[in-house]
Design a protein around this ligand. Structure first.
Ligand SMILES: Cc1ncc(COP(=O)(O)O)c(C=O)c1O
Length: 404
């Protein structure tokens, strides 16, 4: 966030409020945030301004940054491959914890470079015949649809309820009458507050013998991702606050023997097939940094983080509910920490996002229709704070939006 280069975030924010003519925020910074979440904030650098953009990328802790830098130093000192071997226990520890979070055994987890790379890898490996199909909801993340099209898959549309949640009775019916090759759901939608009932869908799919794939890019570190899905893929950098350039793929054991992985054909017979999907050339320092982020997440307590993010989402939608010129798109209790705001007075959301950043030091994202053309008719502002979000952050955002 481009504000004064000072490490005193509170002073920098106060200076912004004064320059923006908004005086002192209604709530003093952080006073209303429980100590456990203030401590979470102290584990990482103070944002220069207000960071309300974890759905793009979260804030890496000091310890995770240190772990990355240390590994890079070890690569230079020992040689990259010796350093990688030295770091193996750390990476294997992260594999075990992450696999549990994704609901697969450790041998069913591969580290890749991004969620998209993980999807591409599983699309290459999965046993898909001629005329294979995938069932998706209209809110689906557009790059996933593109990847399915490139793979030659026929798209089948799943019916949804009012707010975009998959209609489970229609899914059950579809699985009986004309089952697709697999079902794909994005557990936490990127562009608005929408949480899919993935565990329930997994039960229905398993009973019908159809695989359920889950995009957990926005879900890992945000909600419970151990849902019983057959495939689940995610990224380090968003709600888990790990380094960029690391993605994850989990595959349930019942599919391992059916995967075709070129590397695995050449690998030692006892190498687990999903691990053989990992790239040889990789951001090993990023994986080491992610291991630290995951340990910190586990120490804080996953269930506590999930509950707090649910609360932060409610607080955000509540605080912005009656804002003139902006409409909160989803229900207050939608269950995620992502909030979408639709401009209702003809504002340009792209320009508003830019002004929030340059004039108020508030970092957000604009979701353009290209991200989900079937669901987004116009650009919308996306607000996605993490667990240390204070009432003053939301007050400042509301005040700034009044002039955007
Ligand atoms: C729902 C969803 N799926 C997939 C992705 C792609 O993740 P990556 O950039 O790690 O490939 C994103 C990224 O924003 C996302 O929000």
């Amino acid at each position: 966030v481009t504000t004064e280069p000072t490490h005193d975030g509170v002073d920098a924010r106060a200076a912004h409020d004064v320059r923006a003519g908004r005086g002192v925020p209604e709530t003093q910074d952080g006073d209303d945030v429980p100590e456990v979440w203030r401590a979470w904030g102290r584990q990482r650098p103070q944002p220069r301004g207000r960071h309300l953009d974890c759905a793009a990328a979260g804030r890496c802790s000091w310890d995770a940054q240190h772990a990355v830098a240390e590994h890079l130093r070890r690569e230079a000192e020992l040689g990259a491959y010796v350093a990688q071997a030295e770091a193996a226990p750390v990476i294997e520890g992260a594999r075990t914890t992450l696999a549990a979070l994704l609901g697969v055994p450790a041998d069913g987890l591969a580290f890749l470079e991004s969620a998209s790379a993980a999807l591409a890898a599983v699309l290459r490996a999965w046993p898909l015949g001629e005329r294979a199909s995938v069932a998706v909801v209209p809110t689906e993340w557009a790059p996933n649809i593109e990847a399915f099209r490139e793979r030659g898959l026929e798209l089948v549309e799943l019916r949804t309820e009012e707010h975009g949640r998959v209609d489970l009775s229609h899914l059950e019916q579809l699985l009986t009458t004309s089952p697709p090759s697999f079902v794909h759901l994005t557990q936490v939608t990127s562009h608005r507050a929408l949480l899919q009932p993935v565990a329930e869908a997994a039960d229905l799919c398993r009973a019908a013998g159809v695989a359920l794939w889950v995009d957990a890019a926005q879900a890992l570190g945000h909600v419970d991702t151990a849902t019983g899905a057959d495939v689940v893929y995610a990224t380090s950098r968003k709600w888990m606050c790990g380094p960029r350039g690391v993605g994850l793929l989990g595959v349930a054991p019942r599919w391992w023997d059916l995967l075709y992985v070129r590397h695995h054909v050449l690998a030692p017979a006892d190498e687990p097939v999903v691990r053989a999907m990992e790239s040889d050339e990789a951001n090993v320092a990023g994986r080491v940094g992610l291991a630290t982020s995951v340990n910190q997440f586990a120490a804080t307590g996953p269930a506590a983080v999930w509950a707090r993010l649910d609360e932060v989402g409610r607080q955000t939608r509540h605080a912005l509910a009656d804002l003139p010129g902006w409409q909160v798109v989803d229900a207050t209790d939608a269950g995620t920490a992502i909030t979408a705001l639709r401009p209702t007075a003809g504002q340009d959301a792209v320009a508003a996002r830019a002004r929030l950043l340059s004039e108020h030091g508030i970092l957000t994202t604009v979701s353009t229709p290209a991200r989900a053309p079937r669901d987004l008719a116009e650009p919308m502002l996306r607000i996605s704070p993490h667990v240390d979000c204070a009432g003053s952050d939301l007050d400042a955002l509301a005040g700034a939006l009044a002039s955007c």
